[in-house]
Design a protein around this ligand. Structure first.
Ligand code: AMP
Length: 299
């Protein structure tokens, strides 16, 4: 029932609720920043497969936003989130305020080195440190056996896998597939910023990734040719491009020459004022525009 979802606001409340959850078997965690959509809810459903008691957190984490980013304007809709989480089978909503997550005296930060250095790293200084820190705090509070993250934020997923391994955390980090709109656009809370014209242009990201995917499926292995296939779409519509890159899907180091194993094509660009990201793992993921007809896929 939408209005029956329990809400914890403080660390004492979430600790008490999670102790009850542990007695049911184990706890799953889905960290989010709210303004939830079907992509987030797919993570809750995935977590439910692994844990009888699933906690979703909604916290717009100030430490992962740069000074000129959209922290103040980030969409917030806690009542709507609560109803959506209840309908997805979530057991607890943890909605702390900043003073719960960063109480007076707080001074510990978690920083991952090489994995955070490429792709979004140079364009969002401090971002992954903020993410790694807040997720470490959430893992400490909730003590889940499993935590589920979307592959939409592929670099974030890799950074958090590293944190869990390096800090010997007793949690399984799971990555879940990207959920897309019918026209291929990856769902994102930030899509709410797009004007109708921006929204149409935003399809270029998945169209570009699909073009690279199809070239790769057709046998192309030159990293330059694969990047150019994606770039050709993005460059036509983006107001600025942070990167269109091909990297090793595990190390996130740039792939040069010929693509061998798992390779990630990742895009970050601005459509209007909105920064959008998207990606595909070649040779592993489905075509980001699978199910669309040929003309639509080609964008
Ligand atoms: P956010 O609220 O943007 O911080 O995202 C919270 C979690 O939801 C992260 O693990 C994201 O990767 C994941 N997520 C966001 N959008 C999608 C999507 N379209 N498909 C799958 N997961 C997503």
């Amino acid at each position: 029932m939408a209005d029956r979802l329990e809400v914890a606001r403080t660390s004492a409340e979430v600790l008490a609720a999670c102790e009850k959850g542990e007695k049911l078997g184990c706890v799953g965690l889905v960290p989010t920043m709210g303004a939830l959509h079907e992509g987030h809810l797919s993570l809750v459903r995935e977590a439910k497969k692994h844990a009888p008691f699933v906690v979703a957190s909604v916290f717009v984490n100030p430490t992962q936003f740069g000074p000129n980013e959209d922290f103040d304007n980030y969409p917030r809709d806690l009542a709507g989130d609560q109803a959506k989480l209840a309908s997805a089978g979530c057991d607890l909503l943890f909605a702390p305020d900043a003073s719960t997550m960063y109480p007076p005296g707080d001074q510990t930060r978690v920083r991952v080195a090489a994995l955070a250095e490429h792709l979004c790293g140079p364009f969002r200084p401090g971002h992954f440190e903020g993410v790694a820190t807040v997720v470490s705090k959430l893992l400490g509070l909730v003590r889940p056996s499993v935590a589920v993250f979307g592959r939409k934020d592929y670099q974030q997923l890799k950074v958090l896998e590293r944190v869990a391994t390096d800090l010997f955390l007793r949690v399984q980090i799971l990555g879940a597939p990207i959920v897309r709109e019918k026209d291929g656009l990856a769902m994102s809370s930030r899509n709410a910023y797009l004007t109708p014209a921006d929204r149409e242009r935003a399809c270029a990201l998945s169209a570009g990734l699909s073009a690279a995917w199809r070239k790769h499926a057709g046998g192309e292995r030159s990293s330059e040719a694969l990047v150019n296939a994606a770039l050709a779409h993005v460059i036509q519509v983006a107001d600025s491009i942070d990167y269109v890159s091909l990297v090793d899907a595990d190390t996130l180091q740039p792939a040069v020459g010929s693509v061998g194993g798992r390779a990630l094509v990742a895009v970050a660009c601005r459509i209007g004022k909105t920064r959008l990201i998207d990606n595909v793992v070649l040779g592993e993921d489905a075509d980001p525009r699978a199910g669309m007809d040929d003309a639509a896929r080609a964008g």
